[in-house]
Design a protein around this ligand. Sequence first.
Ligand SMILES: Cc1cc2nc3c(=O)[nH]c(=O)nc-3n(C[C@H](O)[C@H](O)[C@H](O)COP(=O)(O)OP(=O)(O)OC[C@H]3O[C@@H](n4cnc5c(N)ncnc54)[C@H](O)[C@@H]3O)c2cc1C
Ligand code: SF4
Length: 502
Amino acid sequence: MPDPNGFLRYDRRLPARRPVPVRIMDWREVYPPAGEELVREQATRCMDCGIPFCHDGCPLGNRIPDWNDLVRTGNWDAAVESLHATNNFPEFTGRLCPAPCEAACVLGLGGQQPVTIKQVEVEIADAAVARGGLRPRPVPAPTGRSVAVVGSGPAGLAAAQQLARAGHAVTVYERDDALGGLLRYGIPDFKLEKQHIDRRLAQLAAEGVRFRAGVNVGVDVTAEELRAEHDAVLLACGALAGRDTPETPGRALRGVHQAMEHLVAANRVVAAVGDGNPALAVLPDGTLIDAAGKHVVIIGGGDTAADCLGVAHRQGAAGVHQLDLYPQPPRGRDEERDPWPTWPWILREYPAHEEGGERVFAVAVQEFVDDGTGAVRAVRIAEVTVEKRDGRRIVTALPGSERELPADLVLLAIGFEGTEEQPLLDQLGVARNPRGAVDARPDWQTDVDGVFVAGDMHRGASLVVWAIAEGRAAAAAIHAYLGGVGSLPAPVEPAAQPLAAR
Ligand SMILES: Cc1cc2nc3c(=O)[nH]c(=O)nc-3n(C[C@H](O)[C@H](O)[C@H](O)COP(=O)(O)OP(=O)(O)OC[C@H]3O[C@@H](n4cnc5c(N)ncnc54)[C@H](O)[C@@H]3O)c2cc1C
Ligand code: SF4
């Protein structure tokens, strides 16, 4: 029985973030551990609602009130068990998820204070490590069937773990030199330190998953070879085709880059230093891409842009502007537009925003300005209005509103256009849809029998929590396809969508 008065006795509280002047000197995570007392207090705020709307916000079907109550009563081992029943990698979601469950929590009604669900989640996940580590689960007798998983992001890894635990022989192929997908070289360490990935990989390996990093499937191994070796293939290649702006004058100037080029180079430096090998932030062709001493302009308003902002400050940028096409959202939920418990359009302030920089809303880049040597020296922007007409976005510049911002480094964080075109898709005969994603039938198979798809590659650029949910569901479908005994949990269907007002 939960404490019915918990939310009356305690306000919502999160642990203090590490001080800005300290944390921008290193790459460590922004949040320190909350400590048992605070987590138990916050878990006590959960009312164990008769209809727990938090469940509707989470595609994984996490048993949120159950583990809140287990934490409240100090039953950490049971909480660890309950959390892992629905989520393979709570240490990732607990750190990275924007927490649609909190937007749907009953305690958030009327602009009030939802339970700190995500903080409780991460503390349970870390308790699992502290209380004896991530022990491998005993694996049943081999089924004799084998599965290739292409891509080692959260979708591929979740599917691999589910399938290995059902007795199938699983090999994960990853073209990068290290495993983890965007968690490894996309998301910076100040949001997710990489030992969390390494611990999970060790657990998966001990459960029998084989890893082949540095293998670009379709180039180093053909689709034909893959299909000959395995009974089923899961494509979990992400949605890494970065949106560009080729029509903007000056796009080809030196110093104008895709955000992912900047993030990958920076993350590789952090990884190399961690391995005792100091390195420079460079592109694959050796070009330096570092914000040190530079005026940086980041174009875009999402996760990727905020990550570039945090990286730029840690590299020692002279100044940073972050540009957004849209007007500044409200700070609180607009009940007309996004009624509770849907995900609201509000101003998202990431820890990176309190580290410095200036956000500029309702502007669009008119030109990247040449310094006379072929490098960018400024960005010319104009104030704009944005309308939707017949499903198309119409951007109108306000006459006389143009101005220049100094820029030696410009980072395009304007979204992704689906999964990349690559030889693997042609070899398999799998097509991309108009959004650049790969469609799945209701059983997660693509148009090609025995070839399944999950995660961003299927959904388009999304969230870690959706990638894990889709990986689990696709694993259940593959298990059924291979004639496996019983069934695996399938938290979502391919057509599932986030909770929204219709
Ligand atoms: C900068 C950034 C920050 C983000 N921050 C957050 C956040 O804070 N919270 C959140 O929830 N989500 C965040 N996201 C989104 C989240 O990272 C993705 O939704 C998630 O990683 C998708 O997982 P996935 O497994 O589908 O694909 P990915 O993680 O993209 O992994 C796909 C993998 O497939 C590999 N691959 C592709 N083709 C081949 C091939 N032919 N052979 C072998 N390997 C191949 C790729 O190298 C890659 O490693 C962020 C995304 C970005 C870009
Ligand atoms: S909606 Fe909020 S208060 Fe209700 S069960 Fe879920 S977390 Fe607890």
